[in-house]
Design a protein. Structure first.
Length: 167
């Protein structure tokens, strides 16, 4: 796996001001599963929003300092703000341009396999790769030779078909 480490300065957790304990719980769970994966997860900056409506949350996000150094934003949503998901993701994708991972607060009590999956999703969204296949030189030459022969065969058939139509 191509590692994408999370340092204090390249990721943030954004949470409703009433749920800051949830942000700490999320971080602790994520850091527990990260060691097995060889990924470093440092404690992020936790930003709070106070708005209750989707528009208000988006306005709060506009007031936060979301910069290009961020690799990913994690948004923790409680049950009452789940309906804000679409507007929040739309704003982050279209205006901020920073990848985001939305997590429901009710899922924070799940087991570590859930957090492993969340971390894998975050790694992919940050441009990392989950796995890499190394081909031997012989296999690479064999495959590229077969691709070349297939393309040549297709061109030859295309030429023969055109010739037949004109004959």
């Amino acid at each position: 796996m191509e590692k994408e480490n999370l340092t204090r300065n390249n990721w943030k957790i954004i949470v409703d001001e009433r749920n800051t304990a949830s942000a700490n719980q999320f971080f602790e769970s994520l850091s527990r599963c990260s060691g097995r994966m060889g990924v470093t997860v440092e404690r992020p900056i936790i930003e709070t929003v106070s708005a209750r409506s989707a528009e208000g949350v988006v306005n709060d996000l506009k007031n936060l300092k979301l910069n290009n150094e961020l690799k990913i934003l994690v948004i923790l949503l409680n049950r009452q703000s789940e309906s804000h998901y679409g507007q929040i993701k739309n704003y982050l994708n279209s205006e901020v341009g920073t990848p985001s991972q939305v997590v429901k607060i009710e899922n924070l009590s799940r087991n570590l396999s859930y957090f492993t999956n969340v971390l894998l999703q975050m790694i992919v969204k940050m441009g990392g790769k989950l796995f890499k296949i190394n081909f031997s030189d012989n296999l690479y030459k064999y495959v590229t030779n077969k691709v070349f022969l297939f393309k040549f065969y297709m061109q030859l058939n295309s030429f023969a078909f055109k010739f037949f139509l004109n004959y």
